[in-house]
Design a protein around this ligand. Structure first.
Ligand code: LMR
Length: 329
């Protein structure tokens, strides 16, 4: 018998297996917006497998990829209401709830994978998860995807001034919009699964994303240029509804935490490998022109975006900016 959670019900369904001979099974619906062949998509499946193994089938994680169940921004609301039990939104989506999360979206916030790891495993990661308690969410883990690159049509983007007049899709973050507007771009926040159409129709000129998202959604089919800029970082907070979590038996909580720990260790290594491999495949595409920023070009972008740190200090919170600064040395 499968415990199925109707709308707004947050309590795990428990069957009296001694009396009725049922296997007691708890269902966790895990909704996300990306393709299956991505760091997040694969990690969600791995987590589902490990939970099944660790709990010996007492808990079933049902993964819904590609936004088939819910897209952004709805996934946050449905998690809070308990209509799904797990989501793994990218950081910008959380900055709508708690502006401190914008710190992870500052341009060049992370200069290496090691710095990302330090943030996830350290004080900054804990500070941000603490913020989510008031939203009835538990932060179970951070999953990395990779550094963001830019794709567009029109002209190659090598310098900030090349953005002038470009219409750029951003994720759900005022900071990200501002980052592009600073250089004369027009911006629109748009859910992930509408981006391809926006690019194809010519409504948008470009967007920023990890290689895995560019690859799995085939943005290269409707873009002329790819700039390897590594100018930002795309990662995920893996979240569970807090009320639901608190009602789980403690042995199951421990098994889920265990499965999550193992998944996360694997996922964060796999994410780097997958993005590297998919970049190699993208390089084979004849009609896409790829530019990699030189050190001098990168320095120009960093300097041009520097004022954004001051501009957002009071919104994000000084202590968060200090933490990210400390990781940049
Ligand atoms: C995007 O909206 O482009 C990404 O946040 C999608 C994702 O979850 O990786």
């Amino acid at each position: 018998v499968i415990g199925f959670y109707p709308v707004l019900s947050q309590a795990p369904t428990v069957y009296d297996d001694e009396q009725e001979g049922f296997d007691q099974q708890i269902v966790i619906k895990f909704s996300h917006v990306v393709a299956e062949n991505t760091p997040k998509g694969l990690a969600a499946q791995q987590f589902a497998r490990l939970v099944d193994e660790r709990t010996q089938g007492r808990v079933k994680v049902e993964v819904y990829p590609n936004g088939v169940l819910y897209s952004e921004p709805d996934e946050i609301e449905v998690l809070k209401q308990g209509n799904v039990q797990m989501i793994a939104p990218s950081f910008p989506n959380l900055s709508k709830l708690q502006p401190a999360w914008m710190v992870l979206d500052l341009p060049f916030a992370f200069l290496s994978h090691e710095a990302v790891r330090e943030a996830f495993d350290g004080k900054l990661g804990r500070m941000l998860f603490n913020q989510l308690q008031q939203e009835d969410m538990v932060g179970l883990a951070y999953w990395g995807n990779g550094f963001k690159q830019m794709t567009n049509s029109g002209r190659p983007i090598l310098r900030p001034s090349d953005l002038r007049g470009q219409h750029i899709r951003t994720m759900r973050s005022d900071l990200l919009e501002r980052a592009f507007q600073m250089f004369g771009a027009q911006t629109t926040q748009m859910p992930f699964n509408q981006v391809y159409r926006g690019l194809e129709s010519g409504m948008l000129d470009g967007e920023e994303n990890s290689i895995s998202n560019i690859y799995s959604k085939k943005f290269f089919q409707v873009q002329k240029y790819l700039t390897i800029s590594n100018h930002g970082y795309l990662g995920y907070a893996v979240l569970m509804n807090r009320t639901f979590w608190n009602k789980l038996p403690t042995d199951i909580q421990a098994q889920i935490r265990d499965a999550m720990k193992e998944t996360t260790q694997w996922a964060n290594v796999n994410a780097i490998r997958l993005n590297d491999r998919q970049l190699e495949e993208i390089r084979q595409i004849p009609d896409l022109e790829i530019h990699t920023l030189t050190d001098a070009q990168r320095a120009e972008w960093m300097q041009a975006w520097e004022p954004l740190y001051r501009e957002y200090e009071s919104v994000v919170g000084r202590q968060y900016i200090d933490e990210i600064r400390a990781l940049q040395h």
